[in-house]
Design a protein around this ligand. Sequence first.
Ligand code: DUC
Ligand code: ZN
Ligand code: ZN
Length: 478
Amino acid sequence: MTWKERSSMKTLIKNGMILTTENEFKSDILIVDEKIAAIGKNLSEEGVDKIIDAEGKFVFPGGIDQHVHYSFVYQGSKVRGFETSNAPALGGTTTVIEFVNQVQGKGLLESIDEFKTKDVDGIAMVDYGFHIVMTDPRPEVIEEIPKLAEAGYPTLKLFMAYKGQFFHADDDAIIQALTKGKEAGITVMVHAENGDIVDFLTKKLIAEGKTGTYYHAVSRPPVCEAEATRRAIYLAEMANAPIYIVHVTCKEALDEIRAAYQRGQSVYGETCAHYLLFDESVLDQPNFEGAKYICSPALRTKEHQEPLWEALNKGWLNAVSSDHCGFDFAVQKHMGYGEGKSFADVPNGAPSVQNRVNAVWTYGVCEGKLSRQEFVNVIAASPARVNGLTEKGHIAVGYDADIVVFDPEYRGIMGVANSLEGVDYSIYEGMEQKGRPETVLLRGQVIVENAEYVGKKGQGKLAKGKPFGSAYDKFEKA
Ligand code: DUC
Ligand code: ZN
Ligand code: ZN
């Protein structure tokens, strides 16, 4: 074998039903090294190193989870990090985008670089990108915003909630980020909850002795999300910039997004699998077990779920993310349960990165709420476009060979026993799962085989995003 032959690895996926956002068709896929090289029927097996039989299987682009927290710290407690990023791989997600908090006193890129060097390089098992969370909007930091685009990080997030925490952002910071960001095609994202309302209601509930986990939902009702969503939309209109609302949960916020969308404004959002599948009743459990479902925004009543599915169908929301945040239940209970403690002391977050794709398939596609094309759109294609990942999220020649071969016949039960998330519980415990990723390829390399993770630590690479992602489609590009 010559050096040239050895240096190129060929894999053939045969006879799978390929899913795209537009259609589905039975075909073979030839992968050469990291890229999809050909798609067609009866592709030649000559010189092929590995053949994957996908007869009877669906083949779709590796999931892109644009909303994960592997670095989140709350009152000194830290989530599980990238050492557990084999969990998304097993669940059919090949790229995650992490929210990195800007360290106070440091720059935006400096904060990302520090986290990347210390906690991601040599560890990540799927590809990754970063959204910086601006926490310290000094003039020189605002000036730095366009540099994010050059570095391959074309998004920036602000937390309208969490009053009193260092990462809370006021309207001034949002206006400045929108105005500066649009110069360079940076998409500004917001966690839209009115921090003052949450603060006011939390204090009131605690003074009334209402400290149990259910009151988390009472402390941050839909109106507090709707108000912040509306405000963010108007701030974006004033700045003539697009805006992206993360984890939309309720009808009232959707009303604001839909109205803006219909006015022609560039407003998009995502929801998360848990808002589609769970309602606030799970917060009301004995032994503080409801803490497992304390995430923000809070879970809502059931009546909000159908409008969220509808919004995904209509394109007012264009992604289903996980908002993965892996705090142990033991930590949540320790922090929030007992004398002088309350729901407000519980670190917020739901571990959910592994089950996102399976949950949307089982409870979306199999229940007739999403077509298979919409499924591909919300779990991979649209997040790729929003984040400028122009070589991911689609099965076509020239794209990264991030591919899931999915067995639709599998039946199983989700839960912590099958989880690689490294957390001591699963919000999906005991729920039925229909179908599963049988083989997963990351840039042409098999990282899941026979539904077992077989990849290597450090195999994940930085996936740089291009500026002017799809939230800018209605704008003239600079
Ligand atoms: N919400 C959560 O539930 N966890 C992390 C951060 C957030 O906004
Ligand atoms: Zn958030
Ligand atoms: Zn989040």
